[in-house]
Design a protein around this ligand. Structure first.
Ligand code: GDP
Ligand code: MG
Length: 435
């Protein structure tokens, strides 16, 4: 969407937001806009100005209201920006109206995030998901835009001109539009199938991991909180960490040995962000399945950020949507090196919090211990009788769980103790239901 314009320098962008005074929104309009600015810079644009309009609701046609939209069009002439970025997702009608009023390109928050996603997707899965999300975003916005679309829809232009339309009903443009739509829908179902295939692959990998019975710790948190840096420092992996929003799109998983010598799998994830449309979350379902399947969550909070609490609440909202908010959680209060007086931090706001600096490597020992403690507490008590021909399950219980009692009975080995939740599926068939 945004051409980063390597030779021409950054594109000039103007930001526009509507302040609806919605009590439910924990984010102030200033914070939301400053984040939009960071997103714009990440996408390669240079912000030349911002406009905020207070309205009960965004205007159905122009988002900011007709007068302000006209003002934007005048500003365009003096400031010469090529891009107007809106802080919410525009409806197709708003988008069309604004495009007609302005010379600059009209981009909304969703399109901007999708653009950044597209720049950063690295694995096949990530790229498939981005393309799907982009096409689903574009489909309802096709109306009345004939020519430039077939390029976006996959390349073959102009083949449809005038063909196939019902006489007197469809003009060539509409026919072409219909074909664009059909092509996009076709590509969407193709992508869905491919993604499903990748998802199955991932499932198989995960089952292999579960078979090794290594507990999974998913690193979650607001974008730019320092998840990848912490992941790297903890596992000494070389995962790209950069001061950009959404540098990580694809989950990466590495082994980590905790202070008590317990082995876990740590998985880095895409960052969460406010006003991320649910549809986008759905698009990254496969990626976020790592979160859904994890034994515990390691939430990274940038405690030096003035919106640390809002960011953490946003993360929690997304976790709720994934039905993962109730999982045991450890909080890494990161970037402690940037906090003047660490005593100012109210760590009681965050579950099982440990102050760390992922960059300097401080607090990591304590963090590892906390993960171990929370993991142990998250294990389930079970009592099972394992048939003698399933000796490997007895061995697995010893290796990964805590055995409290073991007895040979006529029908198998009775085991009482605690196992990681990820192993439930293995032992459920042999449960005696007595614990
Ligand atoms: P992610 O989006 O959550 O994965 O964040 P990254 O790991 O990519 O880090 C975002 C930025 O924060 C990078 O510029 C990091 O160098 C910086 N960062 C991460 N951890 C720390 C820290 O403990 N202290 C400081 N000062 N900067 C950090
Ligand atoms: Mg990252």
């Amino acid at each position: 969407m945004i051409d980063t314009g390597a030779q021409r320098g950054p594109e000039l962008a103007y930001l526009v937001a509507v302040d609806t005074d919605n009590e439910e929104n924990i984010w102030s309009i200033e914070d939301s806009l400053s984040e939009l600015g960071a997103l714009a810079r990440t996408a390669g644009a240079q912000v030349v100005g911002t406009m905020v309009q207070r309205l009960a609701h965004p205007d159905a046609l122009t988002y900011v209201g007709k007068g302000r939209a006209q003002e934007l069009s005048d500003l365009e002439k003096t400031l010469g920006f090529e891009l107007v970025i809106f802080d919410d997702e525009l409806t197709p009608v708003q988008q069309k109206t604004l495009e007609n009023m302005l010379n600059a390109r009209v981009v909304d928050r969703t399109a901007l995030i999708l653009d950044i996603f597209a720049q950063h997707a690295r694995t096949r899965e990530g790229r498939l998901q981005v393309e799907l999300a982009q096409l689903e975003y574009r489909l309802p916005r096709l109306l009345g835009r004939g020519t430039e679309l077939s390029r976006q829809a996959g390349g073959s232009r102009g083949t449809a001109a005038g063909a196939g339309g019902a006489i007197g009903v469809r003009g060539p443009g509409e026919t072409k539009l219909e074909i664009d739509r059909r092509r996009i829908r076709g590509r969407i179902s193709e992508l869905r199938e491919d993604i499903e295939e990748v998802r199955l692959q991932r499932l198989i990998h995960r089952q292999q991991r579960v078979a090794q019975a290594i507990p999974i710790v998913a690193v979650v948190g607001y974008t730019n909180a320092g998840k990848s840096t912490l992941f790297n420092t903890l596992t000494s992996a070389d995962v790209l960490a950069e001061n950009k929003l959404f540098a990580t799109l694809d989950p990466v998983t590495r082994h980590l040995i905790l202070p008590g010598n317990q082995e876990v799998l740590l998985t880095d994830t895409v960052g969460f962000i406010q006003k991320l449309p649910t549809r986008l979350i759905a698009a990254f379902r496969a990626t976020l399945e790592e979160v859904i399947e994890a034994d515990i969550l390691l939430e990274v909070v940038d405690i030096s950020h003035e919106n640390a609490i809002e960011q953490s609440e946003t993360v929690n909202d997304v976790l709720k949507e994934l039905h993962a908010a109730d999982k045991p959680r450890v909080t890494a209060l990161n970037k402690i090196d940037l906090v003047g007086d660490p005593d100012d931090i109210d760590s009681s706001l965050y579950p099982n919090a440990v102050a760390v600096s992922a960059l300097r490597g401080t607090g990591l020992e304590a963090l590892g211990e906390m993960i171990g403690t929370v993991l142990a507490a998250s294990m389930r008590s079970v009592q099972v009788v394992i048939p003698f021909n399933k000796g490997e399950l007895v061995e697995l219980f010893h290796r990964r769980g805590h055995v409290e009692r073991e007895e040979h009975q006529a029908d198998g080995t009775l085991l009482t103790g605690r196992i990681p939740r990820s192993l439930n599926g293995y032992y459920a068939p042999y449960s005696t239901n007595q614990v």
